[in-house]
Design a protein around this ligand. Structure first.
Ligand code: FAD
Length: 413
C-alpha cells in the first residue's frame, strides 16, 4: 500500500498502486491495465474526490505546454500542467488567459474538473476557457472532444469530477496579454458595503472581499483593474487604497502576495493572490466554499453574521468572489451568476464539520451549491443537467473504472 496525502494533509490516500506515467502513451497503458483508477492532479482538493483503494495515476509528469496557436487563439497543454507555468510561457509570447484562481500552483485538468474559479462579474470559471479536451477512456483509448465536434455533450465533459477518464490534454482559449493594477482597500464599513454590494463586486475586472465576519467592516477589498478598462480607483465607497502591501490574514508577511499598491504588471502576476515562486507549505487549513445566486449576496452575508461568534474562532479568513453564469452541466454557476463565499478554516475538523451543518442550513435554502473540491456535508442537489451527466458517464465508462465513493455520492448512485 502506498501512503500519500492531499496538499492540506487532511486526506490520506491509500491506493495499492500510485503511478506517475511519463507520457500520454504510458497513461493509456496504465489505464488499460488497471481495474479501478482515479487521477490525481496537484492534490489541492480538500475532500476524498481523488482517492481510490486501487490505483491512483498522478499527472505530475504530464505537464508540457504543447502548442500555442496564434491563429485560433488557443494553447494546447497536458492535463498536469500548472496554471503558473502555462501562464509564464504564454505571456512570453504575448498572450493571456482570461482569469486565474488565487493560487497558480494547481493543475489545469484538476482545476477544470472541479469548476475552480477566480473572480469577476464578467468572468466565467476557469473551465469556461476550455475549447477541446483529449480523454483517455476506460479501455485506454485516446479520444478528442471539442465544442465543434460534440456540441450537445461538450458542456457536460469539462467539469467532470474525474469521472469520465483521464484528461490528457486541454485546449484553452487565449487572448492578447493585458496589464493589471492591484489595489487593496482596507476596512470598508460593513453596512455601506452591503448596501452597495453589486457596485463593490463589480467595480473592476476581478474583485475579492476578505472578511472575518466582524460587526463593523469588510477587512479588505482586493481590486484587480485591467488598465485598458478605466482609470485607477482613488476611493472605494469613500475609502482610500492601502499604501502598504497587505496579506489577507492580519499579521502575516505579505511577501508571498502578488504586487499591490496600484503598480501595473502583467495579468499572471496580479490575478492570483499568491506568487508562483512562493511555494506554499502543505497548509494547516481546510477550505469550504458555497456558490449563492448573485441576488442573494447581501442576504447570505447577513445570514452568516448570525453565526459570527461561532465562525470566528475556527476561521483564518473568508473570501467573497463572483463568477459569471455558464453552460457547463456540473458548474455551480450553471445558468446563474453566482457569488462564492469561501472559508479558510483552522484544521479542527470536528468543530468545522459541526459548524458547516449550521452554515449549510442557512445557505442551502438560498440556493447554495458547494465547491466540488472543498469540504462540505450535504450532497449537492439542484443541478438541472445531473441526469444527463450520469448518462454521459455511463456512455464513457460503463464498467465504472473511474468511479470512487465520492463520485458515487455526488452523482447519486
Ligand atoms: C491553497 C489553495 C487555494 C485554492 N484556491 C482556489 C481558488 O482560488 N478558486 C477555486 O475555485 N478553488 C481553489 N482551490 C481549490 C482547488 O482549485 C481545487 O480543489 C482544484 O480541483 C485543485 O486542482 P488539482 O489539480 O490539485 O486537483 P486534484 O485535487 O488533484 O483533483 C481534483 C479532481 O480533478 C480530477 N483530475 C485531476 N487531474 C485530472 C486529469 N488529468 N484527468 C481527469 N481528472 C483529473 C481528480 O480526479 C479529482 O476528481 C484552492 C485550493 C488550495 C489548496
Amino acid at each position: 500500500m502506498v501512503s500519500q496525502t492531499n496538499w492540506a494533509g487532511n486526506i490520506a490516500f491509500s491506493p495499492k498502486h500510485w503511478l506517475a506515467p511519463g507520457s500520454i502513451a504510458a497513461l493509456q497503458d496504465d489505464i488499460a491495465a488497471h481495474r479501478k483508477v482515479r487521477i490525481a492532479g496537484s492534490r489541492h482538493s480538500f475532500n476524498n474526490i481523488v482517492d481510490s483503494p486501487e490505483t491512483i495515476l498522478s499527472t505530475e509528469n504530464l505537464n508540457r505546454v504543447i502548442k500555442i496557436d496564434s491563429d485560433a487563439m488557443t494553447v494546447l497543454v497536458e492535463g498536469g500542467a500548472r496554471y503558473g507555468d502555462v501562464a509564464t510561457t504564454i505571456e512570453r509570447k504575448g498572450f493571456a488567459l482570461a482569469n486565474l484562481a488565487s493560487l497558480p500552483h494547481i493543475s489545469i485538468a484538476g482545476a477544470v474538473a472541479t469548476a475552480t474559479h477566480g473572480s469577476g462579474v464578467n468572468n466565467g470559471n476557469l473551465a469556461t476557457a476550455v475549447e477541446a479536451i483529449q480523454i483517455v477512456t476506460a479501455d485506454g483509448t485516446l479520444a478528442t472532444f471539442s465544442r465543434e465536434t460534440h456540441p450537445n455533450e461538450f458542456d457536460g465533459m469539462v467539469v467532470n469530477l474525474g469521472a469520465l477518464g483521464a484528461v490528457a490534454t486541454l485546449t484553452l482559449r487565449i487572448e492578447p496579454t493585458f496589464q493589471i493594477s492591484q489595489q487593496v482597500f482596507p476596512h470598508i464599513p460593513l453596512s455601506l458595503a452591503l448596501e452597495n454590494i453589486d457596485a463593490l463586486l463589480g467595480c473592476a475586472y476581478s474583485v475579492s472581499l476578505f472578511t472575518t465576519y466582524g460587526d463593523r467592516t469588510i477587512d479588505q477589498v482586493w481590486v484587480k483593474r485591467r488598465i485598458d478598462q478605466g482609470p485607477p480607483i482613488s476611493e472605494l465607497l469613500g475609502i482610500a487604497p492601502a499604501s502598504d502591501k497587505l496579506h489577507p490574514l492580519a499579521g502575516h508577511d505579505p511577501a508571498s502576495c502578488t504586487t499591490q499598491q496600484g503598480i501595473v504588471g502583467p495579468w499572471h502576476e496580479r490575478l492570483p493572490h499568491f506568487c508562483m515562486d512562493f511555494t506554499p507549505s502543505s497548509g494547516d487549513e481546510l477550505q469550504s466554499e458555497y456558490f449563492i445566486p448573485r441576488e442573494h449576496t447581501a442576504a447570505a452575508y447577513r445570514a452568516l453574521m448570525v453565526l459570527s461568534a461561532e465562525i470566528q474562532p475556527l476561521l483564518y479568513v473568508s473570501e467573497i468572489r463572483t463568477v459569471k453564469a455558464d453552460s457547463l452541466w456540473l458548474s455551480p454557476a450553471f445558468g446563474r451568476d453566482v457569488t462564492a463565499f469561501h472559508f479558510t478554516w483552522r484544521q479542527k475538523s470536528n468543530k468545522v464539520l459541526a459548524l458547516l451543518e449550521k452554515i449549510e442550513a442557512l445557505l442551502l435554502p438560498l440556493g447554495a451549491q458547494p465547491h466540488w473540491g472543498k469540504v462540505y456535508l450535504h450532497k449537492p442537489t439542484g443541478y438541472a443537467r445531473m441526469a444527463d451527466f450520469v448518462s454521459l458517464r455511463q456512455a464513457f465508462d460503463l464498467g465504472g473504472k473511474f468511479i470512487n465513493p465520492y463520485v458515487e455520492r455526488a452523482l447519486g448512485h
